[in-house]
Design a protein around this ligand. Sequence first.
Ligand SMILES: [Zn+2]
Length: 90
Amino acid sequence: MSADEEEPPILEVWLDRAWVWICPECETENFEHSEKLEMSEDDQDDLRRRFYDLEPWQELTEDHEVIELYTAPEEVVCMCCQFAYHVENQ
Ligand SMILES: [Zn+2]
């Protein structure tokens, strides 16, 4: 078997989280970067307490899952037609 017949090596890539949106103007699928918000342990606990509606005397347990927040843009631009849009609040 010559070198020409060898399979090309399969390279690996890292998958990042992203938002996806469809341009209303040209229907192109666009992607926006999203990063996990880094929070201190106290902020994370506060968020969980508010999310699970806990009273101050109630303890957080493993049932109160850790909540992860991700950044999102307020405005996006279509990579195809360059139209700009405000992002609706979710
Ligand atoms: Zn577009």
